[in-house]
Write a protein that binds this ligand. Structure first.
Ligand SMILES: [Zn+2]
Length: 477
């Protein structure tokens, strides 16, 4: 029965009970094949959640159109009649071929998503949206909370997150981001704080108060946005004392900052047990670098294109960081792992309505997903690893040309190598549904949670259901 598992381990008592119950559900609700570990009552050893911060369907398709000239989820909706006219759908990302494809509602505590209102009033999704702290907490802990809160419920009580549960079940755990490691999304998978902007406290908590095996991100005090050393260090995302102790190994992490050392992490047969990887860039690996595509105020210049600005060379890509993290985690525990990988600057591009850099960031994220899938297929298997690709919310209200109150929703269109025809309708987050792609043990359980129906996007769940699916198997502790 465990033939497909390379590891045999006793499941924790709570997880066994929960998993058996779901085995029954799966057996009666859908025909289960004899070699389906989920149907046999076994959940994932490894869970890898990749979050595109601010990544709606149109963010993904903007990049696919630019890279491949194809799109996956484009349509026109007439707000008066509700008529939906779909574009041909062509997968160009590995996750667009995953077994389970759903959407998720992202609203914070007290919010709602109304599938009728959303497709009759173009402005509806500009209200009641979440921030990345509440959304990260929902994705990490399965609990709705108020905007601004990290790892706390609305009564300010700490909620159990997936890295903690991984640790309690003997698994390795880690978070990787291409924005500061102490920023809202990675922080929400580790820390508990009333103030998502309390970076000093959050960084200290992440590096000294938990048993994480991997923390990686940007936020290096000694480098600027172009990856150049600065004269005066800026302790914006980690305080000086914590940085000093973490960068000298005093917090139990091996400190990594050079690109070659990040690359080695992915290759070596004997990686360090715990790694704090701080890329040599101030806030983002690439997004905030200077370049000829930006004016003096950092606004995108009309007529500029993706990759007009040279990439910073002294930082790893998100895919390289993810690859290194997987090798470290895989070697740290025989019980499995939990890893969160965030493409954080998709959101920054959405706030700036910068289509060029949005496309760059989305492609960096897509590459990271591909790297993770390669790892599953070469070093693990779809019998033991669950991969989830999702977003915490959409940012910028990206839509097709001419979209709006009058024209309704229009599809993004374009050719490979050209900027897609598009329009922006916000400089903030929206309350629209975001994609959920899942494959591996537990993915079909996620489908059971998707009990709501949107007239355009189809079946959807609440984003709290993603973590709760993992808790279904791993127990809550
Ligand atoms: Zn944002």
């Amino acid at each position: 029965m465990l033939a497909q598992h390379t590891r045999v381990r006793p499941a924790p008592a709570a997880a066994t009970a929960a998993a058996l119950a779901f085995g029954l559900v799966a057996a009666t609700a859908s025909p289960a094949s004899a070699d389906d570990p989920e149907a046999q009552g076994f959940g994932p050893d490894n869970v890898i959640v990749l979050i595109g911060d601010g990544m709606g369907y149109d963010q993904i398709d903007a990049a696919s159109l630019y890279r491949d000239g194809t799109s996956y989820n484009q349509f026109a909706v007439d707000p008066d009649t509700g008529e939906v006219d779909r574009e041909p759908s062509e997968a160009s990302n590995v996750y667009e071929e995953f077994d389970v494809q759903l959407s998720a509602a992202t609203y914070p505590e007290g919010g709602s998503y109304d599938p009728e209102a959303v497709w009759t009033d173009f402005d509806d999704v500009n209200n009641g949206y979440t921030d990345s702290a509440a959304a990260g907490t929902a994705l990490a802990s399965g609990v709705h909370t108020d905007n601004g809160l990290l790892g706390l419920d609305p009564d300010l009580l700490p909620v159990r997150n997936l890295t903690e549960r991984a640790q309690e079940t003997g698994r390795a755990s880690g978070v990787v981001a291409d924005v500061p490691f102490s920023h809202a999304t990675p922080a929400s998978f580790v820390a508990h704080n009333e103030d998502r902007n309390a970076y000093d406290e959050i960084a200290r908590e992440m590096l000294t108060e938990h048993e994480l095996d991997v923390v990686m991100g940007a936020g290096h005090p000694h480098y600027d946005e172009d990856g150049q050393p600065v004269d005066e260090p800026a302790f914006d995302y980690v305080d000086e004392a914590t940085y000093e102790s973490a960068s000298t190994g005093e917090t139990g992490f091996t400190f990594v900052e050079e690109t070659e050392d990040f690359a080695d992490l992915a290759e070596t047969a004997t990686p360090p047990e715990r790694v704090f990887g701080l890329a040599q860039a101030a806030a983002t690996l690439q997004y905030d670098r200077s370049g000829p595509d930006l004016d003096e105020d950092g606004e995108p210049i009309e007529g500029s294109e993706p990759y007009d600005a040279e990439f910073n060379e002294n930082v790893p890509s998100l895919a390289e960081m993810a690859s290194g993290a997987l090798n470290v985690l895989d070697n740290s525990s025989d019980e499995g792992m939990f890893l969160m990988v965030e493409g954080g600057a998709i959101d920054w591009a959405g706030h700036d309505n910068n289509i060029n850099r949005l496309i760059e960031e989305q492609i960096e994220f897509d590459d990271a997903v591909e790297e993770v899938v390669d790892w599953v297929e070469s070093e693990s298997s779809w019998q033991e690893t669950l991969v989830v690709v999702t977003a915490d919310h959409e940012t910028g209200y990206l839509a097709g040309p001419g979209a709006g109150e009058e024209g309704g929703w229009t599809p993004l269109t374009g050719e490979a190598g050209e900027l897609p025809e598009h329009s922006w309708h916000s400089e903030d987050h929206t309350n629209m549904l975001v994609p959920v792609y899942a494959q591996g043990p537990g993915a079909s359980r996620m489908q059971h949670h998707a009990q709501y129906e949107d007239p355009v996007q189809g079946a959807y769940l609440e984003h709290t259901d993603i973590a709760n699916t993992v808790f279904d198997f791993w127990g809550r502790g």
